[in-house]
Design a binder for this molecule. Structure first.
Ligand code: SF4
Length: 355
């Protein structure tokens, strides 16, 4: 994992929740009947503001981004502000008209792929998901737009990673990203028994390492899991750091990914992050204003929360690999910023009293 902001601080934008699919694991609860979307003029401003406060990448997700009517404008605005752009799609609607849009202003297309065809179709809740996506790959390859695949790790599918890596290389992909299934959105009611456990996570880290070596120079392999030794060695990657910004640091250097949800809410780290920790809504205030307020109000509490997760993780020898994002999410669901601050105050005052 990169963290806190990674080399390229990313703004993740979910412009609309309409989708041609209704996947079992969809964290944004998107689907064909969902019409919620953000106005393109608002998003154009957000993208310019995000670049001004230091974000370097805009990643568009959804819903299915190819169904968002303002996609071309959004990507253009991001490029005009100097951001690198990526689009995450289920790939089924990638026709020539869409490829023309992406060719103009998309730097990387990320296609969801959740295992061998049968597993993919099961997760995607569609008998045609794999074949329709596959049928689009030759034209994508011919377009020359770099592309990769994103795989959702569950309790049942680590053994399919090898197939996925071979498939990705055969198809000409340059990236394979592995993300563990999390209890968010539709997965909570449709896939409650399928979250990967510590053993599955550890197996995925080993397998990712093997694939990385096997396809070195051809396929970049990223995995959204942290190992405890890596956390110990690089605690700042999991937000164990001082709350003051140093020198020329901007908010983007200390909080990324930053997520703009379709409701307009701005969340740290991931879609649906517990609401008490939200920055606020871009429909009400500009992104730089929301950032300044959050830094002053909640950033120190957020770092305290991350430190708690870190200390628990490094004490627990039984689980050498963990989904850090999930653990911070769980801690944030348990404690609001006010509770964290109150707790801190109490700890400080009892330390003072005992001196
Ligand atoms: S996971 Fe992606 S493709 Fe599936 S319903 Fe959600 S937005 Fe659509």
């Amino acid at each position: 994992m990169q963290g806190p902001a990674g080399q390229y601080p990313t703004l993740q934008v979910h412009p609309g929740r309409r989708c041609n699919l209704q996947c079992l694991h969809c964290y944004s609860d998107s689907g064909p009947a969902v019409t919620e979307q953000l106005a393109i003029d608002l998003l154009e401003q957000v993208v310019a503001d995000a670049a001004a406060i230091g974000y370097r990448v805009m990643s568009v997700s959804g819903g299915e981004p190819l169904l968002y009517p303002g996609l071309a404008q959004l990507l253009r605005a991001a490029h005009a502000s100097g951001l690198v752009t990526t689009v995450t799609t289920n790939g089924m609607l990638l026709d020539q008209r869409q490829l023309n849009v992406l060719e103009a202003d998309c730097d990387l297309v990320a296609i969801s792929l959740d295992g061998i065809p049968e597993s993919h179709n099961f997760m995607r809740n569609s008998a045609r998901a794999f074949d329709d996506m596959c049928a689009r790959l030759p034209a994508l390859r011919a377009s020359g737009i770099p592309f990769g695949f994103i795989f959702t790790l569950t309790f049942h599918n680590v053994h399919e990673l090898e197939w996925i890596a071979d498939f990705a290389v055969e198809q000409g992909a340059s990236l394979l990203q592995l993300h563990p299934l999390e209890p968010v959105g539709r997965a909570t009611c449709r896939l409650g028994e399928s979250y990967p456990d510590g053993e599955e996570n550890a197996a995925a880290v080993c397998e990712a390492g093997r694939i990385r070596e096997l396809y070195e120079g051809t396929l970049e392999v990223q995995i959204d899991l942290a190992t405890v030794p890596a956390m110990r060695e690089h605690p700042t990657r999991v937000f164990v750091r001082e709350a003051t910004l140093c020198g020329a640091q901007t908010v983007a250097d200390v909080i990324a990914p930053l997520v703009v949800e379709t409701s307009g809410l701005v969340s740290p780290l991931q879609y649906g992050f517990p609401r008490a920790w939200s920055w606020g809504n871009i429909k009400d205030r500009s992104l730089p204003d929301l950032a300044a307020d959050w830094l002053a109000r909640d950033y120190a509490a957020f770092l305290t929360l991350c430190r708690l997760v870190y200390e628990q993780a490094v004490r627990n020898d039984d689980e050498p690999v963990l989904n850090w994002y999930e653990q911070v999410y769980a801690a944030a669901a348990q404690f609001s910023p006010t509770q964290v601050r109150d707790n801190l105050m109490q700890t400080c005052s009892s330390e003072r009293n005992s001196q």
